[in-house]
Design a protein around this ligand. Structure first.
Ligand code: NAP
Ligand code: F7E
Length: 354
């Protein structure tokens, strides 16, 4: 019989890649989307629903919201899933400083709502639970590189809400014997990345400059360093984490680090823009070979507290899960640039799931 998965946050970047991956593994997939004013809020799922030979018959969307405990409980009791993936969140770190309480409602209490729904419906021994934890938990890092044993030191309302969710997941594993696990995922990107995260902002912004739609791209702290992988590889790790014999938490990362500045330079070179930098701090600018200022720095994109550097140690995942990041930094940047250029030129991006 086919396994049933329930994905919260199915309309997001990871939700779309995970739905596609599970359908390809012959799962019956149920996804939860929230009510939005626009009917096109599930556009990341279009390639799945539009594919004629696709697995769409095994794919159902339901309305629900993480802040509505009964809506979650009723979905869990109706579907009785074998695997539950909680990818739903207010996931933007900078925005979490503006709406901290809402971020906690969704990212912290929302997770508690799912865990309770599993328990109260008597599914502790049936439904495996995956929680989307994050490298942001390490925050102002206390050890380099960061592994499963590195202490947390969160620096944002987002990461503090996620810390509650991390420990609730661990608690339900230890207190109730549930198969409940955290993937501590470092940044992962793709053509489907939200447009206000820095990588996508860069590939979209540079594409607009290249095509003459815009003159400049404004950024914040370009010296921040991240360990960037590809969402496609990372959703595979989520699935693997739920296929082990013993539930435990795993760091998922590439083990390599680049700065935002590196990302900008690499992406620009792919469209024949060679950037050099002048000035310092918020007065720094990026100038191309024709002397045009195409990058500037704005205070508004700095955060009240910054996470300067993140670098993961994925060796436990390699050992236990036989998982490792497959996509190089260069090919990640290239795929995102090609996709955004196509999107702006032709009104459509290449199918990201091919
Ligand atoms: P994303 O693109 O922002 O997607 C978030 C998803 O959560 C969307 O489907 C969103 O729905 C949904 N959502 C938000 N509030 C909700 C609510 N109240 N009820 C139900 N659903 C709600 O995030 P992502 O990049 O795919 O990341 C997936 C998860 O992993 C998130 O929990 C994120 O915090 C975490 N994470 C991400 C990274 C990364 O680098 N991408 C790294 C570590 C951890 P709408 O489409 O309606 O907005
Ligand atoms: O920022 C700097 C910014 O917003 C990366 C989320 O998926 O990954 C993500 O969080 C860095 C930061 O991602 C701009 O200050 C400079 O240092 O792309 P980001 P994030 O904050 O690392 C973690 C793992 C998650 O869990 C989160 O859900 O880039 N930066 N200039 C900028 N960032 C943005 N967004 N915009 C700028 O203009």
């Amino acid at each position: 019989i086919m396994k049933k998965a329930l994905i919260f946050g199915v309309t997001g970047q990871d939700g779309a890649y995970l739905a596609d991956a599970l359908l390809k593994k012959d799962y019956v997939v149920h996804g939860v989307k929230r009510r939005q004013s626009s009917l096109s809020s599930a556009t990341r799922l279009d390639p799945i629903f539009k594919d004629p030979i696709q697995r769409k018959t095994n794919f159902t969307l339901h309305y629900g919201d993480l802040t509505d405990a009964l809506s979650i409980s009723s979905l869990v009791s109706k579907i009785k899933p074998d695997e539950i993936y909680n990818l739903a969140a207010q996931s933007h770190v900078a925005v979490s400083f503006v709406i901290p309480a809402y971020t906690a409602q969704v990212d912290a209490l929302g997770t508690s709502n799912i865990l309770e729904a599993i328990r109260m419906n008597g599914l502790e021994n049936k439904a495996k639970f995956y929680q989307a934890s994050t490298s942001e938990l390490y925050g102002k890092v206390l050890e380099v590189p960061q592994s499963e044993t590195t202490p947390f030191n969160p620096q944002s309302p987002y990461s503090i809400a996620k810390m509650y969710a991390f420990y609730m997941t661990k608690l339900y594993r230890e207190a109730y014997g549930m198969f409940a696990t955290n993937g501590i995922l470092f940044n992962h990107e793709s053509p489907l990345r939200g447009e206000n995260f820095v990588t996508r902002k860069i590939t979209l912004g540079l594409s607009k400059i290249k095509l003459g739609h815009e003159k400049k791209l404004s950024l914040g702290n370009i010296d921040a360093k991240r360990d960037w992988g590809h969402a496609k590889d990372y959703v595979n790790a989520m699935w693997k984490i739920l296929q082990t014999d013993e539930p435990r938490d795993y760091v998922i990362a590439t083990g390599e680090q680049y700065s935002v500045r590196d990302f900008v330079e690499k992406a620009a070179l792919l469209i024949d823009l060679k950037i050099h930098w002048e000035g310092e701090g918020i007065n720094e600018v990026g100038i191309d070979q024709d002397g045009r200022t195409i990058i500037d720095i704005r205070e508004e994109y700095y955060r009240p507290a910054e996470v300067e550097t993140l670098l993961g140690d994925p060796s436990l995942a390699k050992k236990d899960l036989n998982w490792q990041s497959e996509t190089t930094f260069d090919s990640l940047v290239e795929e995102m640039m090609i996709s955004d250029l196509a999107l702006l030129k032709e009104g459509q991006m290449p199918n990201p799931f091919k």
